[in-house]
Ligand binder design. Structure first.
Ligand code: ATP
Ligand code: MG
Length: 635
């Protein structure tokens, strides 16, 4: 019996040791017992981080959709696979059973084929969170096409860059999308993008909002009539283990987006196995990840991981604030959600609101609360634990990246005791290392350094689309024989990891390495502070000094600014030490954020250093207007 489902701490340690001592044997057993293959592999793993080249399950043949759909049909045909909750709470939810999913994926696959899409072709998917989105990923996988999903909140420029980078000829989109009280003209954005994309010959348009859109003769077609006519069965293309499954561009908080390429077998095995354990998913559970499928979190933990386990996965079209700030909790009550997976940015936004928005709903179905995306501050962690979980649901703070494909460092709920703000222990098979600047591994506990991974895991990205050298330079050149994550971390006395932020965000002040996350944490504990970000700027004596951008809660706005500055620095002195005191504190109404809700620190760094001539690519910002305001009032 392989260790597919870990149930207690001793078992975790035992399985972990096994996975590290003999990774090939370990993953072979998982792959063998829990998935269906058209042909088994000849070799479990071959790898060379210097090239870099990584291959898992070489020689195996499979189709991931047979694992996510077909194999469930005999036993779970009538079970809900996707539970679609629309933007408008008055619109009825849609339950798509595994049998219906099979049919809808096959129809979509046939439509793609009819429009010339073949194995290996790239298809750009620019759809809102409606069932067609999940279905089109699976339809591409069915026929061996490589999907490239672009988050449907990106601008036409960002979309055009991504379409051209991976040379997509077909685009799937909708007439528009609902986002809270607004509608967004997606088709208009696509039309504008395609002015720059001569290679696109077909645009398939789903009807979501009954919008009046222009259909370009010969290029644009409504999707539904084609689906209705298409044949409801489609033979799955037999793929090699290492055939690309998808391209996904990183969220772009640090610069030019990178088209990460994920391949088939390893990605499937790892996302399924991490899903099962990180959420302790059981057959009757309803699981909800609030991310958008446009991010890796949605790919791995709305679509592939859950469906490979035969789970019921909720797809939510809306936003946490519409029609009011109780919307998440209303959905949890309505669908009796058992596992809830969201981002710190959502928690911080909701924590600013009245608790009545939570208290009127029954959240007793919740068993596991998840987090992903950025370091969570301690206050927000407790808010989540106290008010959503009622201290009964373990919080799994999952650290991972677009590049890693699946969750890397995380507690296993009901197995790993949690510590606020800590991602805790490496997942099974993951071998983290902390490195110093000279390239030496820092052993032992109570240390901090740059987070690397020493050994390949099945879902590591294999390359950057069209730029293998950039892949090598970005991830494998900083440290010999290591995958470098770009993040900093500390390891505490018991061996738990805490992610302290990106390495670029570690600021060296008077020779001390200061991570941004712990300092921001202590600022945020001030009762008048809603959110903050700190960056370094050049300083004659200290090398660098710290510049803080602070958003006040409403009641703080009337307070004397100078006193607030003193109190904030007092707080930092108490929590971390006087070395981390801020030289400058600017009060702002917002922080520049990516569309996935992460602070774009490189912009703040430039402003703090008074270098505003070239702010770089801001096309992926959620709120570009705030940049002007911050520049105007900068200190
Ligand atoms: P880009 O690489 O283009 O700058 P990005 O890094 O924001 O974009 P993602 O791959 O979506 O794109 O995010 C991964 C990063 O998010 C991690 O490297 C880490 O910095 C941060 N992160 C994710 N989860 C956590 C977590 N649980 N705790 C702390 N940080 C996290
Ligand atoms: Mg990154």
């Amino acid at each position: 019996m392989s260790n597919y489902h870990i149930k207690h701490l001793e078992e975790y340690y035992q399985v972990y040791r096994k996975s590290v001592r003999n990774p090939e044997a370990f993953w072979e057993e998982i792959a063998e017992e829990h998935f269906v293959w058209r042909k088994k592999w000849d070799k479990v793993l071959s790898w060379d981080f210097s090239k870099p080249e990584i291959k898992w399950f070489e020689g195996a043949k499979l189709n991931i959709t047979e694992n996510c759909i077909d194999r469930h049909l005999p036993t779970r045909g009538e079970k809900t696979a996707i539970l679609f909750e629309p933007n408008d709470p008055d619109e009825e939810a849609q339950r798509i059973t595994y049998r219906q999913l099979h049919e809808r994926v096959c129809r979509m696959a046939n439509v793609l084929k009819d429009h010339g899409v073949k194995k290996g072709d790239r298809v750009c998917i620019y759809l809102p969170m409606i069932p067609e989105l999940a279905i089109s990923l699976l339809a591409c996988a069915r026929i061996g096409a490589i999907h490239s999903v672009v988050f449907a909140g990106f601008s036409s420029n960002a979309l055009a860059t991504r379409i051209n980078d991976s040379d997509c000829k077909v685009v799937l989109t909708s007439d528009g999308s609902y986002r809270g009280s607004k509608t967004i003209d997606l088709k208009g954005i696509v039309d504008k993008a395609l002015e720059e994309c001569p290679g696109v010959h077909t645009v398939l348009v789903a009807n979501r909002i009954n919008g009046k859109v222009e259909m370009k003769e010969g290029r644009d077609k409504w999707l539904q009539p084609l689906l209705d006519e298409a044949y409801a069965d489609c033979v799955a293309e037999i793929m090699n283990a290492e055939d690309p499954l998808f391209i996904l561009y990183t969220s772009g908080s640090t610069g030019r987006p990178k088209g990460m390429v994920h391949t088939t077998a390893g990605y499937m095995v790892y996302t399924a196995y991490t899903f099962k354990n990180t959420f302790q998913y059981r057959e009757e559970d309803v699981y909800w990840c609030t991310a958008d499928i446009g991010w890796i979190t949605g790919h791995s933990y709305i679509v592939y991981g859950p469906l490979a386990n035969g789970a019921t996965t909720v797809m939510f079209e809306g936003v946490p604030s519409y029609p009011d700030f109780g919307r998440f909790w209303q959905v949890v009550q309505k669908h009796k959600v058992n596992q809830f997976y969201t981002a710190p940015t959502a928690i911080r936004a909701l924590a600013k609101e009245n608790l009545d928005f939570i208290d009127k709903y029954d959240l007793s179905s919740l068993k596991v609360l998840g987090l992903v995306g950025e370091p969570i501050n301690e206050e927000a962690w407790h808010w989540y634990n106290n008010n959503v979980g009622k201290k009964m649901s373990p919080i799994v703070d999952t650290w991972w990246q677009t590049e890693t494909g699946g969750i890397m460092i995380t507690p296993i709920p009901y197995v790993t005791p949690t510590t606020p703000t800590y991602a805790t222990l490496p997942f099974i098979g993951i071998q983290p290392a902390l490195m110093d600047e000279e390239g030496k591994e820092i052993k032992g506990n109570q240390v901090s350094g740059r987070l690397c991974i020493k050994f390949p895991w099945p879902s590591i990205a294999r390359t950057i689309w069209g730029d293998h050298n950039r892949y090598r330079d970005t991830y494998f050149s900083a440290y010999k024989n290591m995958y470098f994550t770009g993040d900093g971390a500390l390891r505490d006395a018991v061996g738990y990891y805490r992610i302290t932020g990106r390495v670029d965000d570690v600021i060296i002040v008077s020779g001390h390495n200061l991570g941004t996350a712990p300092i921001e944490d202590s600022i945020n504990e001030h009762p008048a502070v809603a959110e903050s970000a700190i960056v370094g700027f050049p300083h004659d004596i200290k090398g660098n000094a710290l510049y803080g951008y602070v958003i006040l809660k409403e009641f703080g706005e009337t307070r004397d600014r100078e006193n607030l500055r003193k109190e904030i620095n007092q707080q930092i002195t108490e929590h971390i030490g006087p070395i981390a005191k801020l030289d400058k504190i600017q009060f702002v109404t917002g922080l520049p954020k990516t569309r996935s809700g992460k602070i774009m620190r490189r912009i703040l760094r430039k402003i703090a250093s008074k270098d505003i001539s070239n702010l770089g690519d801001t096309s992926t910002l959620l709120n570009p207007e705030v940049v002007e305001e911050i520049i105007e009032n900068s200190l």
